[in-house]
Design a protein around this ligand. Structure first.
Ligand code: NAP
Ligand code: FE
Length: 368
């Protein structure tokens, strides 16, 4: 057995974590709070953070312009604002979009480079320290070194990786997800599930990481019926957030695989949310990989309480309501784009030739 395991994040899980840990916000003199348009207020997280900062006597400024699936221009504007205001640490509040954007903003505050370089090379200078407060249970970004950015010139999303992307402190308080609408709760939960599944099946998986992915899938399984039937109790909110953090820890060590590689095109070209894009691909992904990873896939089926592939198809079919009809050209273009993602190489079954093209065709049609 040989593996490395490192999560350098002080994770504070549970209710009222922000107010009970005001000292964890003492990372500098002036903070840049990075948020989306509404979620930081709606969730109550922004109010908690602001009161803590006022109590600590820490100055702050707010950048609340992060878009869903943030692009390079969006993060460049955030870093300009941070530099103009001479901030020395960052507080990210929101789902994966503001959290990922904050990582890029933080890096651009200390590295005066063209934003495109974030996705092409490792940044030299240490980023500003980040506190992350998550308001969704999906990406696990609060514990990962990844920042997924939309890159219009490449017509896709790309991973900006840096060891400095790990937040110094992360707050995962399930009460912040109470304000999430049902569809976003479901879609983000699908993202968390795909992290756990893809990490478990990744060729980089290791025994300690597998244990984490299995624990996450057990938690997710306990939410499975409530999620699909729109019966989201506080207990489910808590378990989903725990599963999502475990998913983030798991992919930190293994990366993602084919689902994420293929999902980005569905978001970039067809505007499906990240979690929804993944959900559309999960069932076919299990079939595609079965011969190569039957032992692990059987274990997933058992953990999730699925008795047959038909049950899996049916469960994830809610992700396929109003699925896009792709043309043959689109299937070809999306496949080329997916092949460019590094995560393809981590898939348990080697991905060759027309595999991805055929995969898209099987789900989304397209006259050849
Ligand atoms: P998101 O894009 O951050 O948010 C989706 C929507 O939900 C937004 O409209 C947001 O509003 C709203 N929202 C968030 N929290 C809310 C709350 N508590 N109450 C009400 N509304 C709320 O969604 P996400 O799925 O968490 O993040 C997706 C992004 O993360 C994608 O770019 C994806 O590629 C990336 N990702 C990153 C990693 C990683 O390891 N870093 C892993 C997987 C995916 P606002 O616009 O007002 O914020
Ligand atoms: Fe994801």
């Amino acid at each position: 057995m040989k593996f490395k395991f490192n999560i350098p994040v002080n994770l504070i899980f549970g209710r009222n974590g922000v107010r009970e840990n005001a000292d964890k916000f003492q990372l500098g003199k002036k903070a840049l709070i990075v948020t989306g348009k509404n979620s930081a207020q709606l969730s109550g997280a922004l109010l908690d953070v602001e009161e803590v900062l006022v109590g600590n006597g820490t100055e702050y400024v707010l950048f609340d312009k992060i878009k869903n699936n943030p692009d390079l221009d969006n993060v460049a504007k955030g870093s300009d604002f941070g530099r103009e205001n001479e901030v020395d640490f960052i507080i990210a509040i929101g789902g994966g979009s503001p959290l990922d954007a904050a990582k890029a903003i933080s890096a651009l505050c200390t590295n005066r480079v063209e934003p495109i370089r974030l996705v092409k090379e490792i940044m030299k200078n240490k980023s500003l320290p980040i506190v992350a407060v998550t308001t969704t249970s999906g990406t696990g970004s609060e514990v990962t070194p990844y920042s997924i950015l939309t890159v219009p010139s490449m017509k896709t999303k790309k991973n900006f990786y840096s060891p400095y992307n790990f937040p110094v402190v992360a707050f995962a308080d399930p009460k912040y997800t109470d304000s999430l609408p049902y569809r976003i709760t479901l879609d983000t939960a699908f993202d968390a599930f795909s992290h756990l599944l893809e990490s478990y099946l990744s060729i980089r998986s290791n025994p300690l990481n597998d244990a984490i992915a299995i624990e996450g899938m057990k938690m997710w399984a306990e939410c499975k019926d409530g999620l699909i039937n729109n019966k989201i109790t506080p207990d489910i909110r808590e378990k989903l957030m725990y599963a999502s953090c475990l998913g983030g820890i798991a992919i930190t060590h293994t990366g993602t695989t084919l689902i994420h590689a293929m999902g980005y095109a569905l978001t970039y070209f067809k505007n499906y949310s990240h979690g929804r894009a993944n959900a559309m691909l999960i069932s076919e992904y299990l079939k595609f990989n079965y011969n190569k990873a039957s032992g692990k896939i059987n274990r997933v089926m058992e953990l999730m309480g699925f008795k047959s592939q038909e049950e899996v198809d049916e469960y994830f079919s809610c992700g396929l309501e109003d699925k896009p009809e792709l043309t043959d050209n689109e299937c070809r273009l999306f496949a080329e784009s997916a092949m460019e993602q590094g995560s393809v190489k981590l898939n348990p079954r080697e991905v060759k030739g027309d595999d991805i093209y055929n995969f898209y065709h099987k789900i989304f049609g397209g006259v050849r």
